[in-house]
Ligand binder design. Structure first.
Ligand SMILES: Nc1ncnc2c1ncn2[C@@H]1O[C@H](COP(=O)(O)OP(=O)(O)O)[C@@H](O)[C@H]1O
Ligand SMILES: [Mg+2]
Length: 227
């Protein structure tokens, strides 16, 4: 499903160039649950942006379902992101003074679906993400707890029923108990057939995945099955 061949990414800012990713290759099959782990600055987010077709590698090939990303047009890319990929990124925070429902429906903003249908999809997605209490759905997202916010972010990522879920440090600002609840939600999604690629710098969080790819200084150090 996902195939990276010798991916490199160099950022150039004026005279300074940073080699964030230096020759990474791997395949991820449908239904896998992979954690990419590494210390801060090891190139994880850079790799995740490439996997999400939000950024292109400087060299190397990235294919999704057999199609090479660099050969796709901007329109094809945005269709692909919308239809196949759900993002749970720390950087893509929820809109604070906006209701839970509206936050979850955000990816459907440009769809032609009637509002009633969108609301149905949002509710289904919220329930699926473990936020059962409908009373919360009309609260502003800044009135929720950390764990609830992360579930809303997951619900938003799931609203289009994407084949792949990409999550960058989804438990980053959560306490241990809440982060375990969120990780259990990812495991449940994986059992239901979603392919998950999750970034973390915490070994304990990576352990929830079925496969762990360790990166350091932009290269893969280890790629192990977690049984
Ligand atoms: N837009 C950018 N411009 C310049 N350097 C960047 C940019 N994004 C990331 N970097 C650098 O690339 C390296 C890898 O960063 P990143 O992929 O964010 O690592 P991680 O997510 O593992 O912390 C770091 O040295 C970082 O400073
Ligand atoms: Mg990062």
């Amino acid at each position: 499903m996902i195939e990276c061949k010798n991916i490199c990414k160099t950022y150039v800012n004026g005279d300074v160039s940073t080699q964030a990713v230096r020759g990474i290759s791997f395949k991820i099959e449908k239904g896998e649950f992979v954690a990419i782990i590494g210390p801060s600055g090891s190139g994880k987010s850079t790799l995740m942006h490439i996997l999400g077709a939000l950024d292109t590698p400087t060299s190397g090939q990235y294919s999704l379902d057999g199609k090479e990303i660099s050969k796709m047009s901007e329109d094809e890319l945005s269709d692909l992101r919308r239809e196949k990929i759900g993002f749970v990124f720390q950087a893509f925070n929820l809109l604070p003074r906006t209701t839970v429902m509206r936050n979850v429906m955000l990816p459907l903003l440009f769809s032609e679906l009637p509002m009633k249908k969108r609301e149905e999809m949002a509710k289904k997605s919220l329930k699926y993400s473990g936020l059962d209490d409908e009373k919360l759905y009309n609260n502003f997202s800044n009135q929720l707890s950390g764990g609830q916010i992360q579930r809303v972010a997951i619900a938003r990522a799931l609203i289009n029923d994407p084949a792949i879920i990409l999550a960058d440090e989804p438990t980053g600002n959560l306490d241990t108990k809440t982060s375990h609840i969120v990780m259990n939600a990812f495991q449940e999604l994986n059992r239901n057939g979603h392919t998950i690629v999750l970034i973390t710098h915490e070994p304990e969080i990576a352990n929830f995945a079925k496969r762990i790819i360790s990166v350091r200084d932009g290269v893969i150090e280890k790629d192990t099955r977690n049984i």
